[in-house]
Write a protein that binds this ligand. Structure first.
Ligand code: SF4
Length: 449
């Protein structure tokens, strides 16, 4: 742990240890917040959902999107006044932004007592203790080649789906991405521990697990492949659906596709991040596949897993992307017909290869136009896919109340589509058959059978 600045403030008497964790970014961060909750719980702290009720506020941050950065900066700025009126309040920044910006974050925000990177969460009780007792600011940002938090059972909050991190880190070094620098090299967990964790989750009533990793399908442990792991997890009694995220297109060997096709519990949904449709841009992104290879893979997936749902991530306006190359992205989208896609403007991230080598030269207005155009293209494709299910009966798992109407359920199909329906006799966690009556680009609406 690195000691930084000792504050002249006098120690305050602290009688409670209530921690409020605020999570930004991806599912791995959600999972890490559950790990942090568990680590702190073992050290006598309790969690509170209310910031005003907390003695310690932790921001678990993301370094991928500019918007996430800006939101966190604004929260940290606002806490300066709060800390002046509450001398005992401790603020920590965790996660990828802490790892990426390191001590700069402490210098920029006097409201921050410590920073802690994704491989250093075991040091949190010590960081908090030093900030509370000795008024010491601190930083724990060492990356580890081995840390998988294998022995820590996360404090989970969702009663239907449980996230299980099966690997951490990434070795791919896509030139736009900061993850290899903030989360270190790839390391996979022992499959025995993962299956054991799945058994415990099934015993607690979870019906679905989602295997997580920055590059989840590169999972490899002493000869156990990702396909082997998926099949082993799917065999656990009580678990009816197994999902995974986030994969890389380069790691889809045929046995993995055949495993998904052959098991009723392995959901037929594959997230296949395209990022760009032109081979030159893909090469510059260091994505390790060409446009044609991506198209062939999508075709192979559709042949091997009939009815599979394919979703994607797309970046508009990567440095030097021309109009013609942007059109190639649209062409691939139209050829593959993703069920849905997250479409983003390229946002330069500090510390990435792209930031070091190339000017962010596509004007913001052009990036925005490209995003708007692709969002409209995807909306039409998603609507077409959804309309094809009208009249069909689909099996769904109820995840919670509909966001727009609490008298309706929000449920998910095997292929990951959201279905809204009303049935007061059902509960969260139930499976049921629903006949689809209406379709929009984002949602299906139905009636229970
Ligand atoms: S595969 Fe690429 S985009 Fe995904 S985490 Fe690794 S470097 Fe980032």
């Amino acid at each position: 742990m690195t000691d930084l600045i000792s504050s002249p403030r006098q120690p305050a008497t602290v009688s409670t240890g209530r921690v409020n964790i605020q999570t930004f970014g991806c599912q791995m961060n959600e999972y890490d917040s559950e790990l942090v909750g568990s680590i702190l719980g073992q050290n006598g702290y309790s969690l509170t959902p209310e910031e005003t009720d907390a003695d310690v506020i932790l921001f678990n941050t993301c370094a991928i999107r500019e918007t996430a950065h800006l939101r966190i900066y604004s929260r940290l700025g606002a806490l300066v006044a709060e800390k002046q009126s509450r001398d005992d309040l401790i603020v920590g920044v965790l996660g990828c932004m802490a790892q990426n910006l390191k001590e700069d974050l402490l210098l920029k925000f006097p409201s921050v007592d410590f920073i802690c990177g994704p491989d250093a969460y075991r040091q949190l009780p010590e960081l908090i203790g030093r900030a509370r007792g000795m008024r010491q600011r601190g930083a724990a940002v060492e990356l580890s080649e081995y840390e998988t938090y294998e022995d820590i059972a996360p404090t989970r909050v969702d009663g239907v789906n449980a996230w299980i991190a099966v690997m951490r880190g990434c070795d791919n070094f896509c030139t736009f991405c900061v993850v290899p620098y903030t989360r270190g090299r790839e390391r996979s967990r022992d499959p025995k521990g993962i299956v054991e964790e799945t058994r415990r989750l099934a015993a607690q009533g979870y019906r679905q697990v989602t295997l997580l990793g920055q590059n989840v399908n590169s999972y490899q442990y002493d000869g156990t492949s990702f396909a082997d792991l998926m099949l082993a997890v799917a065999e656990v009694d009580g678990i009816e659906r197994v999902r995974f995220t986030s994969p890389h297109p380069k790691d889809f060997p045929r046995p993995l596709l055949e495993a998904i096709a052959g098991s009723e519990r392995l959901c037929s949904h594959i997230h296949l991040p395209l990022q760009a449709g032109a081979t030159r841009v893909l090469k510059k992104m260091n994505r390790d596949y060409t446009r044609d290879e991506f198209l062939r893979l999508a075709e192979l997936i559709r042949e091997t897993i009939p009815g599979v749902s394919l979703t994607s991530d797309i970046i508009c306006g990567f440095p030097t992307e021309t109009d013609a190359e942007f059109t190639e992205t649209e062409d691939v989208m139209r050829a593959v017909e993703f069920d849905s896609a997250f479409i983003f403007k390229y946002s330069e991230r500090q510390g990435t290869i792209a930031e070091k080598l190339w000017e962010d030269d596509v004007p913001d207005a052009v990036k925005s136009e490209r995003v708007t155009h692709l969002v409209a293209v995807q909306k039409d494709i998603s609507l077409k896919h959804h309309q094809a299910t009208v009249g069909k009966t689909v099996r769904v798992l109820i995840e919670g109340e509909s966001r727009k109407n609490s008298a309706e359920w929000r449920a998910r199909t095997y292929g990951n589509a959201i279905v809204v329906f009303a049935d007061p006799s059902r509960r969260v966690g139930d499976f049921c058959d629903v006949q689809i009556k209406e379709a929009t680009p984002h949602t299906l609406r139905g009636i229970p059978c």
